[in-house]
Design a protein around this ligand. Structure first.
Ligand SMILES: O=P(O)(O)OC[C@@H](O)[C@@H](O)c1c[nH]c2ccccc12
Length: 257
């Protein structure tokens, strides 16, 4: 399933590349104002930080939120106290787009994360051209040389990689690749099963100095507390915020733990 998601994203990138060749996207990426410093925005603090996600749909849940105005949702996230905004740009199963990311970028002053199945340098240049500050790299979707080279490119463009893992081996690979912002996804992207305790199991193997991000499976403030107690510096929340009528108060409640 993960392989299908990656190949779908790559096919979509190929289609966009026909309309807009790499040289053009590269020029647009370099013309952007410098990326925001995500490591500073997400640095460990005496309170938990939240990356709030603009998420319409997922393979496991189907369509969950219409989100006619992703920029307005992102503004609510900023008002509610989020430290960064994640935008799904995967089109086929998550219903996102780079246009969503650009709209969000124009409307908030927080770092913005491109959440997609990135496996080709073209997608990294696209992310920067659209104004992303952070790019997700999923260890399970990449071999080690690609993980290392995509991470280098992300840094060369002044951005930060959120390197996502789902096992002890993957944490080791992320650290070998120089991860400074390391995510543990509670959801297995091949089976879609959730394991909310995985973060706690792996947290000790992440050295201090690396920002620890717990991803997925937050439904209530108690889940934020669960991750915080297990050592999370940052929690990434999608569905619980995107499907909420009042994301500002939900976020404030999540941040009050
Ligand atoms: O909606 P949730 O359970 O709060 O999860 C958000 C986020 O962690 C999830 O969307 C996600 C984590 N890693 C991913 C990789 C690709 C697509 C999506 C994801």
């Amino acid at each position: 399933m993960l392989a299908d998601l990656v190949s779908g994203s790559l096919q979509d990138a190929e289609r966009r590349r026909e309309a807009r060749p790499l040289v053009e996207v590269e020029a647009a990426a370099l013309a952007r104002p410098a990326a925001l410093d995500a490591l500073e925005a997400l640095a460990p603090a005496d309170r938990v930080k939240i990356i709030a996600e603009v998420k319409r749909a997922s393979p496991s849940r189907g369509v969950m939120a219409e989100i006619p105005d992703p920029a307005a949702l992102a503004v609510s996230y900023e008002i509610g106290g989020a430290s960064a905004i994640s935008v799904l740009t995967e089109e086929r199963r998550f219903g996102g787009s780079l246009a969503d990311l650009e709209a969000v970028r124009e409307s908030v002053s927080l770092p913005v994360l491109r959440k997609d199945f990135v496996a080709d340098p073209y997608q990294v240049f696209e992310a920067r051209a659209a104004g992303a500050d952070i790019v997700l790299l999923i260890v399970a979707a990449l071999d080690q040389p690609d993980l290392v080279s995509l991470h280098s490119l992300i840094r060369e463009l002044g951005m930060t990689a959120l390197i996502e893992t789902h096992s002890a081996d993957e944490v080791e690979r992320a650290l070998d690749a120089g991860a400074a912002l390391l995510g543990v996804n509670a959801r297995n992207l091949s089976t879609f099963e959730l394991d909310q305790d995985l973060f706690g199991t792996l947290a000790d193997s992440i050295p201090s100095g690396v920002i620890r991000v717990a991803e997925s499976a937050v439904k209530s403030a108690a889940d934020i507390t669960h991750y915080r107690n297990a050592g999370a510096d940052v929690v990434l929340v999608g569905e619980a915020l995107a499907t909420q009528g009042d994301p500002v108060s939900t976020l404030r409640e999540f941040l009050a733990v």
